[in-house]
Design a protein around this ligand. Structure first.
Ligand code: HEC
Length: 494
């Protein structure tokens, strides 16, 4: 462990050079030199005690005991879990192994999993980051803990959380912090201040003897913002760029939908939602557009024993800057492809491709920087559904006809976009919501603080006159400011 505070350019370059030598994998890989870095950076965030992964992958013994299994799940692409095709678009928080990394695992398992020299082990990243964004301005917790039974079943439960606000506030980031990461699979927040939705949700809560109420697909009631916040294991909360954000009104309520994975012992969870208010006034409010079956030219009906696809379109009226694209279908869903085309069809903007949809690994997929879709373009969303018995997730055996709905045995065609109206320069505004692998300041997330992070910070905040973030007071925002900020807030970096 080295502290970035005592570093200099020399250190940064040394770190870069040592990364390069590590990357040149030998033909006789050992656990400590070659395998540990792959596992620690891609698997251990979930595969350690108290987290969702079914077995810990932290030591030589644990990894070697699962060696063949690890080879299998990495070859098949099942692990690390990441459903979008990273060759189609670049998204934040991508998890995938390179071909070299996969081959290293194959070679290592093939060589009977040699341990190597423990002094080569880079050590695990510091996963225990606690609050990611400093201290929140508003902390809201589920009023009571939810008991998730040890019956080996998963559960989708919605909890009503009053915001208690007496005045309107502007929000920069929303963070969901489960209290029990061994069962929390993902969380989504719907926002409503509509009394009839709130009353309907309260009635559902009343009718369900457990804390909260069950709702598989959505929140069970209409909400104004279906994506006020979201969390999947290992993700940082989405923090909007300055002057872009959301508004919360007095009397509003959050509907927190938690997906709990199967457990074989009773578990409790009492999730907290941390809200961070905007420092600068929000000039552009994040809007959510939802594409639904009303954007289809045919009825949304999936006959039994058939594979069908639906093609939704949306005409973009004025230039927009897309923050995130979130496809949503249920268990019979098979794939998603989303892109935008120009009126003359000469230009195509890829948005997301999910070749093998997996309901259990939904995500909130954000772009590295705001994605401009010009007015006049058409957004296309093509979703495929496999309602045959060869789809092992099919909830009906034998397959049954399916329509749109909230239950496990219903299907959905829903695509969310979070966006703002486009302003020139938006393409250069980055959205960083990366899983942090132990380095605060690792803004170009590659697991180390290096020159790329400094360049990124300077490209966003660098400035030569009338500078707002000039901490050194020399009139400009340059490398010296970055170093001062890092010496104050920099973290250990493995
Ligand atoms: C985001 C969390 C997460 C990450 C990252 C992750 N896993 Fe998993 N892993 C899980 C969960 C949860 C399961 C249980 C099955 C499921 O829910 O899909 C699982 C299942 C597995 C299984 C199969 C166990 C079984 O009984 O079926 C293996 C093997 C595995 N993971 C290895 C890995 C390896 C190797 C990596 C890194 C290359 C990795 N995982 C990364 C969460 C994760």
């Amino acid at each position: 462990m080295r502290h970035f505070a005592c570093s200099s350019f020399l250190f940064v370059f040394l770190a870069l050079i040592s990364n390069l030598t590590l990357a040149q994998t030998l033909n006789n890989p050992t656990f400590h030199l070659d395998i540990a870095p792959i596992i620690y950076n891609n698997c251990t965030e979930c595969h350690r005690v108290g987290e969702l992964g079914p077995m810990p992958l932290t030591t030589y013994d644990e990894v070697a005991a699962n060696g063949y299994y690890i080879e299998y799940v990495t070859q098949s692409g099942y692990m690390p879990p990441w459903t979008p095709d990273h060759n189609y678009t670049t998204l934040n928080g991508e998890r995938f192994l390179t071909e070299e990394e996969k081959q290293t695992i194959v070679d290592w398992v093939g060589a009977d999993m040699p341990e190597g020299d423990p002094s080569d082990n880079p050590g695990m990243p510091d996963f225990d980051m606690g609050l990611q964004l400093g201290s929140p301005d508003l902390v809201l917790t589920m009023s009571e803990a939810y008991l998730h039974g040890g019956d080996g079943l998963e559960q989708y439960q919605v909890f009503i959380i009053p915001t208690g606000l007496t005045e309107t506030v502007e929000v920069l980031a929303v963070e969901i912090v489960p209290s029990n990461n061994a069962i929390a699979h993902h969380g989504l927040i719907g926002y409503t201040s509509n009394p009839s939705s709130i009353n309907a949700a309260l009635a559902l809560d009343e009718a369900d003897p457990a804390a909260g109420y069950e709702s598989f697909g959505d929140y069970g009631v209409p909400v104004e913002d279906r994506l006020f916040g979201g969390w999947v294991p290992g993700s940082l909360p989405l923090m909007f760029p300055q002057t872009i954000g959301k508004i919360m009104e007095p009397g509003s309520q959050l509907l927190l939908q938690m997906h709990y994975g199967p457990s074989y012992q009773d578990e409790l969870d009492q999730t907290t939602v941390n809200i961070y208010f905007a420092d600068l006034p929000v000039e552009r409010e994040v809007e959510t557009y939802t594409m639904t079956p009303s954007d289809l030219s045919v009825p949304f009906y999936i006959p039994a024993n058939e594979v069908v696809s639906f093609h939704g379109t949306l005409e973009v009226e004025t230039d927009m800057s897309v923050i995130s694209t979130i496809p949503h279908s249920h268990l019979v869903g098979k794939s998603w492809l989303v892109y935008a085309t120009s009126p003359d069809n000469q230009d195509t903007i890829p948005m997301i491709s999910i070749p093998n949809w997996d309901f259990h690994w939904q995500g909130i997929f954000t772009y590295p920087s705001l994605l401009k879709i010009p007015g006049g373009y058409t957004i296309h969303a093509i979703a495929e559904y496999d309602n045959t018995s060869s789809n092992t997730f099919n909830p009906n055996n034998p397959p049954q006809p399916m329509w749109f709905g909230d239950f496990t045995t219903d299907e959905m065609f829903v695509l969310f976009f979070q966006f703002i109206e486009y302003l020139p320069g938006d393409e250069d505004i980055s959205i960083i919501s990366e899983p942090n692998v132990g380095c605060l300041g690792d803004v170009v997330p590659n697991g180390s603080i290096d020159i790329s992070d400094i360049l990124m910070i300077l490209s966003q905040y660098g400035c030569l006159s009338n500078c707002v973030s000039d901490v050194t007071g020399d009139g400009a925002v340059t490398i010296s400011d970055v170093l001062v900020v890092l010496s104050e807030f920099g973290e250990f970096c493995p």
